[in-house]
Design a protein around this ligand. Structure first.
Ligand SMILES: [Zn+2]
Length: 431
């Protein structure tokens, strides 16, 4: 007797007609026509079952704060940072917890199973840290929340930031963050990378820095991050988030840089929605896109995961916890339009980010954690095309969110009413 069987699913590797059986929080079998009984059976009707979406870059201490205490009028990154500085002193720990939990409900409904959230440590009270440590505990049965100690105002530029960042790590924050391009000088930026990587090495932690989130082609802190990663033996444990300056760098320099990043085993986390919205703001025309060189990083063997970064906060007024929106934007901005490229964009919001975050037991296979999502889509490309509806979200073999399929009743004059299912428009089309 299984806890759950999902019947007649398609998988991301192209298999169809597969049953998935779950027992005691694990996937017990993935095979055709499982005859055993289960407490609950879900008919997948040939739709796609995927591992959960993973968001490797988010700001949960700011999410859903849109309009408090005011709107970002210019829409720039720098006004966003200034606005966040106005919100921090007036928000309470309870405010942050309440908003974060509301966001986590939305994230679960959208099939997100893990989030890496930066949490601002430039605050003597560490309100965000207190709040998100509590939230991490509260949501752990349905969402893996990994926290990054993030000195938003610069670990060297803000005199209290280093001590507060260390205090946040002592309190149990998981990952060491940074923002080298926001320090006062290039030299300070490089020094911040050195100090923060040393802290991570001493404590056995991962590193994830906001790195070169700028259109300045001379912002090259990723070079120092790769160097320090290698020097301190942190290969596989370090990520550079954003890396937008790479968009504007000289091609010759990039031809040296990308192999260095690959050699150091540093991961890349572009944030397509936010990068296309915030970068290039000082340009007239032609206007730069500001997304890092996704295709070139991927082709060099670097793990690239797309993050969402912001939802309804000082930096971004839109968003709905939908990692398929993120993949859709990353695909367009990166012109990743071949069948293989589009399929890879789905991996960039699932398995690549799971690898970057070091998630264990991830994947739809026997012996893995019974965490997965049933999408109203036929395959990975269809899922991105439709930003597919989530029919069911399963965590530890239990349904944590469910919804009926989305269909439209068409009632055109002179015709009998009929039901349109967008997914079936492409029935018979095989990739
Ligand atoms: Zn960020």
């Amino acid at each position: 007797m299984f806890d759950l069987i999902v019947r007649n699913a398609s998988l991301t590797d192209g298999q169809t007609g597969v049953d998935i059986a779950c027992k005691d929080g694990r996937i017990a079998a993935v095979e055709a026509s499982i005859t055993a009984e289960a407490k609950e059976v879900i008919e997948a009707e040939g739709y796609l079952v995927t591992p959960p979406f993973v968001d490797p870059h988010f700001h949960m201490d700011a999410t859903l704060s849109l309009g408090t205490p005011r709107m970002n009028v210019s829409g720039t990154l720098l006004e966003g940072i200034a606005l966040w500085g106005e919100l921090k002193p007036v928000q309470t720990v309870d405010d942050i917890i309440e908003r974060a939990l509301r966001y986590c409900d939305l994230a679960v409904a959208k099939g997100i199973g893990a989030i890496r959230s930066h949490v601002d440590t430039c605050d003597d009270e560490l309100k965000g840290v207190q709040a998100l440590l509590e939230v991490r505990e509260k949501v752990k049965d349905y969402l893996d929340l990994q926290l990054v100690a993030f000195p938003q105002d610069g670990v060297l530029r803000d005199p209290a930031a280093l001590a507060n960042t260390i205090r946040a790590l002592d309190m149990g924050v998981d990952v060491v963050g940074g923002i080298p391009h926001f320090e006062r000088t290039m030299a300070d930026g490089a020094e911040s990378v050195r100090q923060l990587c040393k802290i991570a090495a001493d404590r056995g932690l991962m590193v994830d820095m906001h790195c070169d989130e700028s259109d300045d082609p001379h912002s090259r802190h990723i070079e120092t991050l790769a160097y320090e990663t290698q020097r301190l033996g942190l290969q596989g444990r370090v990520a550079g988030s954003h890396l937008t300056s790479m968009h504007s760098m000289d091609n010759y320099y990039v031809s040296k840089l990308i192999p260095l990043i690959a050699e150091a085993g540093v991961h890349a986390i572009p944030n397509p929605l936010i990068n296309i919205m915030l970068q290039g703001r000082h340009d007239t025309y032609p206007k730069r896109r500001g997304q890092t060189r996704v295709r070139e990083l991927r082709d060099a063997g670097i793990a690239v995961g797309f993050g969402s970064d912001c939802v309804m906060d000082p930096w971004y007024s839109l968003g709905k916890a939908d990692m398929l929106d993120v993949a859709f934007m990353g695909l367009h901005v990166g012109q990743l339009s071949s069948r293989d490229d589009m399929s890879w964009c789905f991996d960039a919001v699932t398995e690549n980010s799971a690898r970057i975050m070091g998630l264990q037991g991830y994947g739809v296979a026997k012996g893995k954690d019974a965490n997965f999502v049933l999408l109203q889509a036929q395959d990975k490309i269809d899922a991105i095309r439709l930003r597919a509806h989530r029919i069911a979200v399963i965590r530890a073999g239990q349904v944590v969110s469910r919804s009926t399929q989305v269909v439209h009743e068409i009632t055109k004059p002179g015709e009998a009413a009929r039901v349109l299912n967008e997914t079936q428009i492409v029935d018979g089309m095989k990739n």
